[in-house]
Design a protein around this ligand. Sequence first.
Ligand code: GTP
Ligand code: MG
Length: 569
Amino acid sequence: MFRSLSLTNTTITLCKRSFPFSTVSSLKNQASQNRLSSEEYEAYQRKRKTDWKRQQGGHGFLDELIINVRGGKGGDGCVAFHREKFIPFGPPSGGNGGRGGDVYILPTPELTSLSTVAKRVRGERGGNGQGTWQNGKNGSPLIVRVPLGTVVREIPRGDPRRAQDEWEAEEEALEGLDASEKQAKMRENRWMHYPRHGASNLERDPFKEAEDMLYKQERERRYARRKRETEAPIFLDLDKMDEAENDPSAPLGLPRKENFGHLVASGGLGGMGNPYFQSAENRSPKFATRGHEGERITIVLELKLLADIGLVGMPNAGKSTFLRSVTGGRAKTEVAGYAFTTLNPVVGVVRIADDGTFEGSLSQHVVHEETSVEEAIAQEKLEKGELAYSLTRNQSQASTTDGFGSGHRFDLLESFRFTIADNPGLISQASANVGLGHSFLRSMERSLALVYVVDFSNPAPWDELVVLREELEQYQPGMSHKARLVIANKSDLLAGDGDPVAVQAAKAKLKHLEAFVHSEMGVIDSWGKPLKLDVVPVSAKFSQNMKKVVGLMKTYVEEARAVEHRSTT
Ligand SMILES: Nc1nc2c(ncn2[C@@H]2O[C@H](COP(=O)(O)OP(=O)(O)OP(=O)(O)O)[C@@H](O)[C@H]2O)c(=O)[nH]1
Ligand SMILES: [Mg+2]
């Protein structure tokens, strides 16, 4: 069977298979047989990647993960009777089961992504009780480590992404059974009987009373859980390390308290051994309870990247090129001339010396071409054998004349550093999940400052600004007041050849942009004072005017850090 697939103005025919990857491999085959040009193949792959991201409706960026957590099941109680020489009918001696292990969440600075977090977490089971009053061992606590800056939210009841809780799971397992079968199963899940006493136990009043009591406790627990879920669902904003507090004047040799983090699901209680059910009426109870199920909850983890500055712009404005330029090509973010190249936020580090020189400016790599062009150049060099003896990045920096020496020597000169996050493109209606949605702005929420990047070669770059501000406000009212700067990128495209008329026109356009920004785009800073945004024309591709931008960004970060410092002290 065949079907047609339209691809960037060409129509190709490909084999229909049910598994999408085979479609790609068949395309790969076609490409290798020269029936499909490599550009067409690439365009197809790119389209699939972006479509896939879009289908997720803005969810599923690398910084969001849903996990199912279960506390450990409690250990079973034991039915036993003490036996000793000359004591043939000793008292009941079954131990209680141990508690199931609790599950905690702990923020850790060593982690930077949620990729290491397991999607299903289950606490350790408590040990079963044993004869001669031996209680089972408690399950040890389980710690789920997440990166610093993770937000933990419990998924509420009714949300389809939520897994069943322990009671719902049991109800589902019992579905379709008649009343007596149900009762038998429920008893099996809850009670242990002394061998050959199962049937007789069920008829005796003490057992019935104990059973009623157990169900009553269960109902109370269930009610309390529901109440907790609706009144105080789990919400943790883990942006700070919290150390376990140790008393400094504690006696020597006392073990240090261990910090487990935040409890998210507690383990089930252990079952009761048969001595628990001993009473005046029932001197030798021949039953014990099984351990309780641990709490089951579904939580969503969201990682807020901690970048000082966030770049906000429409697709293709040159955000990724800008990040590569300020980091001297170190930040590995893809650059290409089509919309939605960047699908996940990428963070780069900018290091600055006292005199305003930044590490990226020392790089001899000043032209930042599209990734595919750079790859083609590298491939060509590789084939010619030029790469074999070429200098490494640090060696080439050592040969620069400005006296900074090798890249490592910059460590001595570095006086300030901040991070910049390159974001996917934001478009009009992103809040209604057009394009890639805007959920990635979550990473920007705690950025100290935002910077708009617009394509200055567009006929009306000011229109872009209005849309961007609108989308920021849609995401979080007041967020647009974090903006400090407008980068007018791609300025080389205007009057790059030095034609005086074009230069005049470019100057006039810049004036217009500045006037627009000053009159329409004012913000209120954290002290409540009105502030005008800076406007700087740059060419990210050719690394022009970058020093000025980096200098300005440094001042924003310094100011914002000072504000934060003051508000915390
Ligand atoms: N002439 C010129 N082209 C530029 C400049 N900056 C970026 N470009 C080109 O603009 C195109 C888009 O650049 P990207 O950096 O991928 O744009 P982006 O904003 O990251 O786009 P998305 O990731 O899709 O949101 C590429 O073809 C770049 O080569 C510039 O300063 N001058
Ligand atoms: Mg990009």
